[in-house]
Design a protein around this ligand. Structure first.
Ligand code: SF4
Length: 243
């Protein structure tokens, strides 16, 4: 994603099956060289931003049990504190930041956060994202200590962010709590990046290494086609666009 100071919600979807609304935020404060958001169905496109009043009306009408904030980077949205408060106080909904780079602490009224830890070695993190991971690692621990339900994920990029980095990340998470769920995603090539895609057996092997430290490790290895339409491979992503 590219930085955009208007950072705002540009799409809202609803999953009837999971009684879940997902709010998609435009913009990110990182510049990951392997960012796949541009590859995903409809995600780099938006015609307009949706105002707070309209978002609240939609939420009240749908009355979801869960509200997920997705990105880009949801914590860069200045409306996030009020949206999270509204979801808690008025909807009594469970709130989750479904994808965060961890660089900014979430506001109050966020129940769960999934942090994508790009690399444990700071030099690699800076090279890959343009930003140091000092705050990311500190914030991960702070969020856990605040009582937020934590999850983590990383992208395995062969010969770059490979098993040695995954092992360091797994050890870091395990030092906080070895039961925190950790998901490893096989890299899918994006334009102008030098790396090849991760193979299934490579991701599986990385997951076995992470499992030495963590009790809840999962992995996925998607083709570019499947990544473009996650709804076809995972029912959790089946939802209707409502705005
Ligand atoms: S943090 Fe996520 S959304 Fe932001 S640039 Fe990196 S991969 Fe893309």
């Amino acid at each position: 994603m590219t930085e955009d100071r208007r950072m705002a919600i540009y799409r809202i979807t609803y999953s009837r099956e999971f009684k879940r609304v997902s709010l998609y935020n435009w913009g990110c404060n990182f510049h990951c060289r392997g960012c796949s958001y541009g590859l995903m169905e409809t995600r780099g496109q938006h015609n307009r931003f949706i105002g707070m009043k309209e978002i609240k009306e939609i939420l009240l009408k749908l009355n979801p049990e869960k509200v997920h904030f997705l990105g880009g980077e949801p914590t860069t949205n200045p409306d996030l504190p009020e949206l999270a408060r509204f979801c808690h106080d008025e909807l009594h909904a469970y709130t989750k930041i479904g994808h965060s780079n961890g660089s900014i602490m979430p506001p109050a009224n966020i129940d769960a956060v999934s942090v994508s830890i790009k690399a444990h070695t700071n030099r690699i993190h800076i090279e890959y994202t343009g930003v140091s991971n000092n705050e990311v690692l500190k914030n991960f621990e702070r969020m856990y200590e605040r009582g937020i339900r934590m999850e983590a994920s990383s992208v395995l990029i062969p010969q770059y962010i490979d098993c040695d980095e995954i092992e360091k990340i797994a050890k870091f998470i395990a030092n906080i709590d070895p039961t925190i769920p950790y998901h490893i995603v096989g890299y899918v090539p994006v334009p102008n990046a030098p790396w090849r895609s991760a193979r299934q057996e490579e991701v599986e092997y990385a997951a076995r290494i992470a499992s030495k430290y963590l009790s809840n490790v999962t992995f996925s290895c998607l083709t570019p086609e499947k990544l473009r339409d996650l709804r076809a491979v995972d029912s959790r992503f089946k939802s209707a666009v409502v705005a």
